[in-house]
Design a protein around this ligand. Structure first.
Ligand code: BGC
Length: 770
């Protein structure tokens, strides 16, 4: 086949004329206009040598296993690479191992085109950081960027150059297990996290071998699956999609993310992996994305189950929709040629996809040195260093959220007599959390180890398991697919509780370490019941009767319903899954060596029936306000409207006082700004961090607008007695939203600005946009 130079020239020169590019209809099978895709002469001349089969081969992503999450695994991996039938591979790591695979591609395939080597490096590579939901609770973008940078440093020393991260699916349903991987419920915060992660992985120069290409996922709206059931339908208005779900993906694109992954769900009744609106109209035409798009695991093939036709139909559909690479399913590999012959797809589109993938390889420097990521010396010195672990410990402590601290029972004294009770107190396998594929569980620090080390021989620790994570063997079996995370004790549950009571009788304070096993959240780990498992609740009820103060340390990958615990525990510290250094970080916070400063990024419902509950809801025509039930208002007969813990909430061992909101003006125009300032004072006796949050409400609009939306935040650290003036600038961009015609507009009228320590406890002022 002859390379279509004319088309490439058109793309090359499209920068100046891009605004004039024709609108591409979803049915159009041709190339996708892009404002930025520039194809180098090197890639062009390489493509001039390639056969059609080799071009299609580049669109295929293989896995020999390792991270299997779908129905298929690639077969004959070596033979396919030799035959030029692979653009990349994932599911392997290790500098030496990956080098061997790359050698096959470089030395044994006809054109020697190197492979891209990817993996899910989600919250750290070998040194594991808190699960992304926990990480988001730091509200510290510099820190989040550094975690991605360090993950890239380790991953690239391990033979990888492409991470399938960040996950920035907005999630408002705690039943969905992948909420653990998400940045939480808010698009503004999610956008800042997306930018930070992309900057962290990719750096600003791919010449640095410690950088790698990122892949923002899962485009789009994956976090909104119905019923919280993984892979289920999502359906929402375009207005909601553009205002609430798409912004973080767009921020990742604006930050220069090199690749985008599709999602498993349908969007507007069309599976994302074949959805031209998402990939052609939004991603390419509107956002000018210039990287390449990969499907999620076999999601091209899964369009068959969605009822979109046979493998050939769905593969053609995916390619036409703008998908460049097919993960594992091999539909592109096996059917595109026939579709081309049938005239269903164009050569230009195949070539465009191929050019995008080759351009990514060029960007990474693989054509100059295909082995630049396989430096065994780096692998020896850069993985899980003491400095990396120390950093992970600091990050973990910053992700922990103090939900309750009655009578300042925390921090504890290192000389105390502590009863350490609960199934997660000594549970090394559960520290890393979901999607830590390269993490070594055996190197994680448990809570008991952390506490013992911190106490250093002072005081005493009395330990008992007290309960199983669950007594339900069926649930344990489903959760234990990647190893024994739930270990059901041979003893009778009551005997375990009795032992815990015995142990507690020696102590001044009980620390109950309870919650979920690491794989009770994550992919395909949806739960209908999100309260503490009955086995553990019984334990809590029994120890409550001792009358001793109880500190509950909660491991969880999702918001849980903690109404009973909130009423009955003296303190609650939410520690998510903190990663390699989880146990040390728990001790740091429990003993006050670190003052907790994490704040929730998802609302914690009072009851599962409240879902979805989030801070940026619309008002109703019959809004409810107040404590008591009100007939013919929007409320429940049996539960309150408000969540148990609101978005942005989290306590500290010190206290902060907020001064009055000061506005630089009460009237602004399209071209002027308003500066919002508030003075925050540390009124307690410890140094501490506070996340100052600003919310806005558009009082009158052409569409109904949320009762509040996060539009600014700053994390500050203050010494006792110290104060700081914190300012936010409101410009018309911050007031803009997508209207019914999907135009991004700021509409004149009154606005409320709210500032406070969380989304509930805010003060407000008003201003007008003229
Ligand atoms: C997940 C993706 C992941 C892929 C490859 C899929 O099941 O949805 O997030 O990147 O597997 O491991």
């Amino acid at each position: 086949m002859k390379w279509n130079f004319i088309w490439f020239l058109a793309i090359l020169f499209s920068c100046s004329t891009s605004n004039n590019t024709a609108v591409i209809q979803p049915s159009n099978a041709g190339p996708i206009p892009s404002q930025q895709l520039k194809v180098s002469e090197r890639v062009q001349s390489l493509m001039a040598k390639m056969t059609l089969e080799e071009k299609i081969g580049q669109l295929n992503l293989l896995t020999p296993g390792g991270a299997v999450t779908g129905a298929v695994v690639s077969k004959d991996v070596g033979a396919k690479i030799r035959a030029g039938k692979a653009g990349g591979i994932f599911g392997i790591r290790g500098a030496e191992k990956v080098r061997q695979v790359q050698e096959i591609a470089v030395n044994e395939s006809r054109l020697g085109i190197p492979l891209l080597v990817g993996l899910d490096v989600i919250h750290g590579h070998q040194t594991i950081f808190p699960i992304p939901l926990g990480l988001s609770c730091t509200w510290d973008m510099k820190l989040i960027e550094q975690t991605a940078r360090l993950a890239a440093r380790e991953a690239t020393a391990d033979g990888l150059m492409w991470t399938f991260s960040p996950v920035i699916d907005i999630a408002r349903d705690p039943r969905w297990g992948r909420i653990a991987e998400s940045p939480g419920e808010d698009p503004y915060l999610g956008s800042r996290i997306a930018e930070a992660m992309v900057r962290g992985y990719q750096g600003d120069d791919f010449a640095d071998p410690a950088t790698m290409i990122a892949c923002v996922k899962h485009f789009a709206n994956y976090g909104a699956v119905e019923g919280g059931r993984d892979y289920a339908t999502t359906d929402m208005s375009r207005v909601r999609m553009h205002n609430e779900y798409l912004p973080p993906y767009k921020s990742a694109v604006d930050a220069g993310v090199a690749t985008v992954m599709t999602s498993f769900n349908v969007v507007d009744y069309v599976p994302a992996s074949g959805n031209a609106y998402l990939f052609r109209t939004v991603l390419r035409d509107r956002w000018g994305f210039d990287g390449f798009v990969v499907t999620d695991y076999a999601s091209n093939n899964e369009m068959i189950e969605h009822g979109m036709g046979d493998l050939q139909d769905v593969s053609a559909r995916g390619l036409k929709a703008g998908i460049d690479m097919d993960m594992v399913g091999e539909g592109f590999l096996t059917t595109l040629q026939s579709s081309l012959e049938a005239g269903d797809i164009t050569l230009e589109r195949i070539e465009e996809a191929c050019a995008r993938i080759l351009t990514a390889k060029e960007k990474l420097g693989l054509f100059d040195d295909p082995y630049r990521y396989f430096d065994e010396e780096r692998a020896k010195v850069e993985m899980m260093t003491p400095a990396n672990r120390m950093f992970a410990r600091q990050v973990a402590a910053k992700s922990y959220v103090l939900l309750k601290n009655e009578n300042n029972i925390l921090p504890l004294n290192k000389s105390a007599k502590i009863a350490l009770i609960g199934p997660l107190a000594d549970s090394r396998n559960n520290m890393l959390g979901t999607w830590s594929v390269s993490g070594d569980k055996s190197k994680a620090i448990t809570v008991i180890e952390g506490i013992e080390a911190a106490m250093g021989g002072r005081g005493s620790i009395f330990h008992a398991k007290g309960a199983n994570i669950t007594d339900d063997p069926e649930l344990a079996r489903k959760v234990n697919v990647f190893g024994k995370l739930i270990d059901i004790d041979q003893r009778d549950p009551q005997a375990m509780i009795d032992e815990a009571l015995e142990v507690a009788s020696n102590a001044d304070v009980i620390v109950a370490v309870i919650g979920e096993a690491a794989e009770m959240s994550g992919e395909s780990s949806s739960m209908a019941e999100i309260s503490i498992q009955p086995s553990q609740r019984k334990l809590l009820e029994a120890i409550k009767k001792t009358g001793k103060p109880i500190v509950m340390v909660l491991f969880n990958g999702r918001p849980m319903t903690l109404t009973w615990e909130d009423e009955n525990m003296d303190a609650i510290l939410d520690v998510w899954f903190g990663g390699t250094e989880a146990g040390n970080a728990v001790a740091d916070v429990l003993f006050g060596d670190v003052n907790p400063g994490g704040k929730l990024t998802t609302s914690f419902p009072v009851h599962v029936g409240q879902i979805p509950v989030y801070h940026s809801m619309l008002n109703t025509g019959r809004p409810y306000s107040g404590e008591a039930f009100s007939k013919f208002k929007s409320n429940y007969l049996d539960i309150p409207n408000e969540p148990l813990y609101p978005f942005g909430y989290g306590l500290s061992y010190t206290t902060f006082e907020y001064g009055e909101i000061e506005l630089s003006d009460t009237i602004m125009t399209e071209n002027t700004n308003i500066k919002v300032t508030v003075t925050v004072t540390n009124t307690g006796s410890r140094r501490g961090a506070e996340v100052v949050q600003m919310y806005l409400r558009d009082m009158v609009g052409s569409i109904s607008r949320p009762i509040k939306e996060l539009k600014g935040f700053e994390k500050i650290t203050l010494a006792p007695g110290e104060n700081r003036r914190v300012s936010f600038t409101i410009d018309s961009d911050l007031l803009s939203f997508y209207n019914s015609s999907l135009e991004y507009v700021a509409e004149p009228g009154m606005f409320q600005v709210m500032v406070g320590p969380n989304s509930r406890d805010v003060d407000l002022k008003e201003f007008e946009l003229r």
